[in-house]
Design a protein around this ligand. Structure first.
Ligand SMILES: Nc1ncnc2c1ncn2[C@@H]1O[C@H](COP(=O)(O)OP(=O)(O)O)[C@@H](O)[C@H]1O
Ligand SMILES: [Mg+2]
Length: 502
């Protein structure tokens, strides 16, 4: 490793690391993307594992730090941060400040989140343009991609688990806040889809990674055991991961083309539902205007195309009946755990268990492949030419191994079925009209899917229903903890899923 990397052991011997730990203990819990919500951390609970001084002796200075956080009563987590330092902090950066840090010569500088500083965010993009390697920090520009100079950066608001920076309406860089070594599924799938010539994703431009060997994170055994439904995946390497001997690098950021004219699928769907509610009950969706049916059909086509391309470019497999049995048991375990936390689920447990057990009785092998994994209307965008799919990272709460596992493609279809259900019901209008909207659009989606793939996903009824149930159970736990006024949405779906004929 070169001299720019410093492995830091926080303690009184290292004033900077000790100060950073204190500042981060206060600042991290206030960030939207911070995972350990609600749990307190003290200064001893933040350990700076490594620091890269990227602009030594400069104002502004830039360093990258990897920190380990141990919130009280929670599993440890690692975060990666770009931190800026300036002697004087301009007003527009005040909101991004962590606090003062010693400069080593008796003075104090302002330390802040560097992604908000156009000068530093621009410097990072310039490194990508040049394909630089700064010690363990590597900037990979894909062959044939060009980046125009001088793009002005802006941090996108409203993000959840990451921070995206838009560069002049041309590029979007998603800076991943969690430091996880291993293949990043979003990057892996986007590269594979770009190689297949897919037009249903924003084109990837490059990525940044960190080839740094850190001691293994101690995660309690129960978290490592995938235990979930997708246990048949195998790891495999993505491009660019074969050129170093050590551990898999940590993906720091992915950069792709920004689609300035695109509209979020969730927003489009909501507009359609609002149009329906603005008319008297019984008005047909066509007459109410804002009909989403044709869009849902196009989205089904795009989804089937992406599934096809993923199956062509990446490994595929099949689930034998014994594995289906294991998947069913995993879902049943998940249901029981959920019912302990959400008592409203209890009355449905026996009947849901019955439905889930049917998975184990499917006697034909089921084809599996890499899938989106966290598919819903907020992960798709409509551009002037068609639908694109975003964010192939999988469900954020799951382990990397689970997020990279193969699954039946219908798992994504189930995700979209749940999303239509949410879009229809969360505005609180007439439940019957809402249900018709959801059914109609899911029907169109499946028709579109079938037109490309040759088979309607609803033919795999048991599989589809079980994935929908598993998702709705997960949603019930989420809503009970975070948005109790929405708990009725997954509960009503569970009731329908249990009562519907098979
Ligand atoms: N290539 C893009 N062009 C335009 N907007 C984008 C692009 N990628 C992401 N976005 C916007 O950013 C939001 C979050 O992106 P996403 O990749 O799903 O990140 P997250 O992990 O935060 O969910 C999207 O819902 C979309 O509004
Ligand atoms: Mg997303």
């Amino acid at each position: 490793m070169t001299s720019i990397v410093e492995h830091v052991h926080a303690g009184p011997a290292n004033g900077l690391a000790a100060r950073l730990s204190r500042l981060l203990a206060d600042w991290l819990p206030r960030q939207r993307w911070y995972g350990g919500k609600g749990a307190r951390i003290d200064a001893e609970g933040v350990r700076v594992l490594a620091r890269l001084d990227l602009l030594p002796g400069r104002d502004p200075g830039l360093s990258m730090v990897v920190v380990e956080v141990r919130p009280e009563g929670r599993d440890p987590e690692r975060y990666q941060l770009f931190l800026g330092t300036r002697r004087e902090l301009p007003g527009p950066l005040a909101h991004a400040e962590l606090g003062p840090v010693p400069d080593g010569h008796g003075a104090e500088w302002h330390c802040y989140d560097a992604l908000h500083d156009p000068e530093l965010a621009g410097w990072l993009l310039d490194r990508l343009t040049a394909g630089d390697v700064l010690g363990p920090l590597r900037f990979h520009l894909l062959p044939g991609r060009r980046i125009v100079d001088g793009l002005r950066s802006l941090v996108l608001t409203g993000e959840q688990s990451n921070t995206s920076v838009i560069y002049g309406d041309k590029l979007i860089a998603k800076f991943l806040r969690r430091a996880v070594s291993g293949v990043n599924p979003d990057l892996e799938l986007s590269l594979a889809l770009a190689d297949s010539g897919s037009r249903n994703i924003p084109q990837p431009v490059g990525w940044i990674d960190l080839a740094l060997e850190l001691e293994e994170l101690e995660v309690p055994a129960h978290r490592r055991d995938s235990g979930g439904p997708d246990e048949n995946g195998r790891p495999q390497a993505h491009r660019g991961s074969g050129d170093y001997g050590g551990p898999e690098p940590i993906t720091v950021a992915t950069v792709s083309e920004f689609l300035p004219t695109a509209t979020d699928g969730w927003l489009l769907a909501q507009t359609s539902v609002r149009d329906l509610y603005a008319h008297p009950p019984g008005t047909s969706p066509k007459a109410a205007g804002g009909d989403f049916g044709p869009e849902a059909k196009r989205l089904g086509r795009a989804t089937a195309r992406v599934h096809h391309d993923l199956a062509t470019m990446l490994p595929t497999g099949r689930m034998e009946p014994e594995e289906m049995e294991r998947v069913a048991q995993g879902m049943i375990r998940h249901l029981h755990q959920a019912a302990v936390r959400v008592r409203e689920l209890e009355p449905y447990v026996p009947a849901l268990g019955e439905v889930l057990l049917r998975l184990g009785r499917i006697d034909k092998p089921i084809p599996t492949q890499r899938v989106h994994g966290d598919f819903h209307l907020g992960q798709v965008m409509r551009t002037v030419t068609g639908w694109v799919l975003l964010d192939f990272e999988g469900e954020p709460s799951r382990s990397l191994e689970e997020r990279r596992a193969m699954a039946p493609a219908v798992k994504d279809v189930a995700g979209m079925a749940r999303s239509f259900d949410y879009a229809a019901h969360h505005l609180g209008g007439d439940p019957e009209a809402a249900q018709q909207w959801a059914d109609r659009n899911f029907h169109s989606f499946c028709k579109g899917y079938a037109a490309v793939s040759g088979h309607d996903p609803r033919e795999q009824e048991i599989l589809l229903r079980c994935y929908e149930i598993d998702k709705a159970v997960y949603e019930a736990v989420y809503e009970a903890a975070n948005r109790p006024t929405w708990l009725h949405i997954p509960l009503a779906a569970i009731k329908r899923l249990v009562e519907g004929k098979l």
